[in-house]
Design a binder for this molecule. Structure first.
Ligand code: GLN
Length: 476
């Protein structure tokens, strides 16, 4: 059920009136973690630590001194620094790495009295769409354990769905929060690029990377955004004025202008039920008095190649830092400095990451830079401008989140290009840096969740979440 005990905003008054204690909540969630270990959602669980903290937070709540998220139990993707705790970004190359500092998001969550239950499994460095490229093994979908939970924040989605935590903080570079949310029937939110500080987040593709939120409800998502968004001295890409944001205004309603991209619904690879559910939702919006128009978007077919070209290029430079000297793993077979680099990287990175580093280095090489990297940058600009143009006449763009519902484990092991293809609809907002949210939109014949995506204008997260909340209520 949508609004049950596991939605934090439903739990909050129960905690305030002491009908339930933080310790009871934590104990229950930890029990779920124990019972469903086979999902492989967590790489580390900080059980004793949060049980101990739960008493202090309970006391704060009793004295009406609890922070904005007092009692909320949150999981962090294994890409987010938590001081004095291990961090591996789902990779062997960070073995034994302990974060010496907090990510800004972690710091803000802790200051608001949230409890961090553990680090969650993911594709290595966020590179994947199924959490199968994970050093700690594949994450399974709680709704059907023969299927993937999506990726790369698959452990985070599985944990929220399986009621192991209220919220998970993931990273979304090309869809890694929205796609697993769609596969697990959750809300998955990616803010505008620059809304949330990336300080203390392991970099994959720095001009695309965002911190995202996985939740049961839009309201929960809004409560967390309010705490973690906004300026940070450690990240200059976050604008210095606070993004106007107040979760309490989520109840406004007005007549919205909505565009949908014709090409997203005529795509032959789109699962039929996803198409019909998306169309039904658009029709429902029309019936409720909103303006819903089809808009052509011929650039759609360039979004994926643009994303993969640029993301790999950025990753290849970002990952130069994993050299066996500075962080984590170092090969024990090296006898020279050069061997420390080559053997550490050969042994420490798995196949997908190596492939992407090579592809990225290739598109940046002197002979290819103009024809590949620079060209992709130009196409990125065209996509950005075309989307902005649509958003100058419309409030939102609606499209499916994924081309298909959760697929079976190992479906794409031998055809990685088809796996990349499944990111078609999520990379659009990432290429443009726009905020986007995936919401549950019914189920297919196999009872697997379908996601629908809403893209908003730059830094208009409040308006986007207000509409998302309206959309959510339309479906209850
Ligand atoms: N699936 C995409 C990729 O592999 C997106 C991943 C992400 O958002 N971290 O790059």
């Amino acid at each position: 059920m949508l609004h049950d005990y596991y939605s934090f905003n439903v739990l909050r008054p129960l905690l305030a009136s002491q009908k339930v204690t933080v310790t009871e909540v934590v104990t229950k969630l930890l029990q779920h973690v124990q019972e469903q270990k086979d999902l492989n959602a967590f790489v580390n669980v900080y059980a004793q630590e949060i049980l101990t903290k739960s008493y202090a937070i309970n006391q704060k709540i009793q004295q009406a001194k609890g922070g904005a998220l007092a009692g909320m139990v949150i999981g962090l993707k294994d890409m987010i620094c938590y001081k004095d705790h291990p961090l591996q970004a789902g990779s062997k190359i960070l073995t034994n790495y302990i974060s010496p500092f907090h990510a800004t998001v972690t710091e803000r969550l802790l200051s608001a009295d949230a409890l961090i239950i553990g680090h969650q499994n993911c594709d290595e460095f966020g590179m994947g769409s199924s959490s199968e490229n994970a050093y700690f093994g594949t994450v399974l979908n709680p709704l059907d354990k023969t299927r993937v939970a999506g990726g790369s924040s698959g452990g985070s989605a599985a944990a929220v769905k399986a009621k192991m935590c209220h919220i998970a903080i993931g990273t979304d570079t090309g869809g890694s929060v929205r796609q697993p949310a769609a596969f697990c029937g959750l809300v998955g939110f990616k803010p505008s690029y620059g809304s949330i500080s990336r300080h203390g987040i392991v970099a994959y593709a720095s001009s695309f990377d965002t911190v995202g939120i996985l939740a049961h409800t839009v309201e929960d998502c809004a409560s967390v955004l309010e705490v973690i968004a906004g300026p940070d001295d450690f990240d200059d890409t976050v604008p210095s004025q606070k993004v106007p944001y107040d979760g309490r205004t989520l109840h406004k309603s007005e007549r919205y202008k909505i565009a949908y991209l014709a090409e997203t619904l005529t795509n032959d690879d789109l699962q039929l039920e996803i198409r019909s559910h998306t169309i039904s939702s658009l029709e429902l919006l029309k019936k409720k008095g909103h303006q819903v128009d089809s808009v052509d978007f011929a650039l759609l077919k360039y979004a994926l190649p643009t994303y993969y070209m640029l993301a790999n290029a950025e990753a290849s430079t970002n990952f130069a830092r994993f050299d066996g000297i500075r962080y984590g793993y170092r090969s024990s077979h090296a006898t020279t400095l050069e061997e420390v680099y080559t053997k550490t990287r050969t042994e420490g990175f798995a196949r997908e990451v190596k492939k992407r580093i090579m592809l990225g280095a290739f598109v940046l090489s002197a002979s290819q830079c103009e024809t590949h990297y620079i060209k992709a940058m130009k196409v990125r600009n065209l996509i950005k401008k075309a989307l902005q143009e649509i958003l100058s006449s419309y409030d939102f763009i609606i499209l499916p989140t994924t081309t298909a519902t959760a697929f079976r484990v190992n479906s794409f092991t031998h055809s990685p290009l088809s796996m990349y293809g499944s990111d078609l609809y999520t990379v659009l907002a990432s290429v443009a840096g726009l905020p986007a949210i995936s919401l549950p939109n019914g189920v297919d014949q196999k009872n697997l969740p379908i996601g629908i995506q809403i893209i908003g204008s730059y830094f208009e997260e409040e308006k986007l979440l207000t509409f998302a909340r309206y959309f959510e209520s339309m479906h209850i």
